[in-house]
Ligand binder design. Structure first.
Ligand SMILES: *Cc1c(COP(=O)(O)O)cnc(C)c1O
Length: 445
């Protein structure tokens, strides 16, 4: 372990770091959390940016509804259900031997149309934004047009002069690949070694070029970036630094606010909202958390969840080194079955933006992900991919070892009238045989 940063840390953090490097499950409370007003003053992005992204998605809605009929009942808006999971809550309380105060809900991004994961938010948004920019600049389109005109050979021919590239562990590749191919771009997905075969097969079937690497995600991104730089007509979607991806994810907050209103769920000073988000490189959970903070300010409390083998954001934020440190630097192997979360080095861009807004981060073992997968399937008949279960243990931490977070913020009593939302980030596209194997692993763990 690199001695310099280790020696600079407090003794509590050194203990945590030792546990992290032994693959233990830990909870880290963010000492840099600020009051919303103080935090937002430091922030370069604003509400105007999120609103601009939402308006763009609305302009594209008629096109999306036309080319992806599964989005017709939401008018071409790509959105997922929010469902209450009381039986799962009961199961978790039994295992914990203690009550979990407040209501437990699941935000089913696992069932987002088109690509079945949270990546259908950021990834699709960035592809559409790029397409709009090209079409507007060539005066083939105006912002007042009905964008369903994009579903034509004329536009597909136009977009085929341009290419899109991305590096991915799987799900981002699915979302960017499917969207880009549909609108007419030439698209290349650079896949890391851990990417599942079925995802590569599906992409190739849709006309996407898939390049495979024997190393991990960071390498796939690096290679993709390098190849794209050599081609001026290529747009590289940079998962580690993209503001557009981030803003696409952030629009989720607006939609969630409407869903909460429809369900008559109050969020205010006496009704806190707790949100638990699985974190890979950070853009997805970071964007969603940022959007939620803009809307609910100090009444929302956001936590990230990472695998014990890949706690990159925790490490980056705790040491203050952000993307200057990787999990390999503390001896971890970055090997996890949690697709999308097998990331060794966090986004520095996201870590810095989210620093004043994030309440804490905890880690979860792969065995626990499988057990939770099985429990959710048994109790609620909802099937998720392993990574999407990472958020589920959040309310357990808050009820136990992390409960001082509640007392410090005057929430110990209020939590009973609060709401917990576990962000289920993927799963509906997993092939049945694969899901059966996941479930069996849950039985055995
Ligand atoms: C990508 C992904 C995440 C995390 O998003 P990041 O932007 O990489 O932090 C979480 N869950 C699933 C299923 C994902 O595919």
């Amino acid at each position: 372990m690199e001695k310099e940063f280790y020696n600079r840390m407090g003794s509590q953090e050194q203990v945590l770091l030792n546990r992290l490097s032994n693959y233990q499950e830990v909870y880290w409370s963010n000492g840099k959390l600020e009051k919303y007003q103080t935090g937002i003053e430091k922030c370069t992005l604003t509400w105007i940016d999120v609103d601009d992204a939402e308006k763009r998605l609305e302009r594209f809605a008629p096109y999306i509804a036309k080319v992806f009929p599964e989005t017709q009942n939401t008018g071409g808006i790509i959105e997922s259900p929010l469902v209450k999971i009381p039986s799962m809550q009961q199961k978790m309380e039994q295992d914990l031997g203690q009550r979990i105060s407040g209501d437990l809900w699941l935000k089913c991004d696992s069932h987002l149309p088109i690509s079945g994961s949270i990546k259908a938010r950021g990834g699709i948004y960035e592809v559409l934004k790029h397409a709009e920019k090209l079409a507007l600049s060539q005066r083939l389109l105006t912002m007042d047009d009905d964008y369903s005109v994009l579903d034509s050979d004329q536009f597909r021919n136009f977009f085929s002069q341009y290419s899109i590239a991305v590096g991915s562990t799987g799900n981002l590749g699915l979302s960017i690949g499917i969207m880009s191919a549909k609108i007419g771009f030439n698209v290349t997905v650079h896949m890391s070694a851990d990417a599942k075969q079925w995802k590569k097969d599906l992409l190739r079937l849709k006309g996407v070029t898939v390049v495979e690497y024997e190393s991990d995600y960071s390498k796939a991104v690096e290679e993709g970036r390098r190849q794209a730089e050599a081609d001026p007509s290529c747009h590289f979607i940079d998962d580690e630094n993209s503001q557009d991806l981030f803003l696409g994810y952030a629009t989720a907050a607006l939609r969630l606010k409407n869903q909460l209103q429809e369900l008559k769920i109050t969020v205010d000073e006496n009704h806190p909202l707790f949100v638990y988000l699985p974190c890979g490189v950070g853009g997805g959970p970071g964007g969603v958390a940022y959007g939620l903070k803009l809307l609910f300010k100090d009444n929302v409390h956001c936590f990230f969840a990472e695998p014990t083998h890949s706690p990159c954001m925790l490490l980056g934020m705790m040491t203050g080194l952000h993307d200057q440190i990787s999990v390999q630097d503390i001896g971890l192997d970055n090997l996890t079955d949690a697709d999308g979360l097998a990331v060794g080095r966090p986004s520095g861009f996201v870590g810095k933006i989210i620093e004043p807004f994030l309440s804490g981060i905890y880690t979860v073992s792969d065995e626990r992900l499988y057990k939770l997968l099985k429990d959710l399937a048994d109790s609620e008949n909802i099937y998720l991919e392993p990574s999407a279960l990472a958020g589920m243990n959040g309310p357990v931490w808050l009820a136990g070892e992390a409960s001082d977070y509640l007392s410090r913020h005057g929430l110990s009593e209020k939590v009973s009238q609060g709401t917990h939302i576990v962000w289920a980030t993927g799963g509906s596209m997993v092939p049945k045989e694969m899901m059966e194997k996941y479930y069996q692993k849950g039985v055995n763990s």
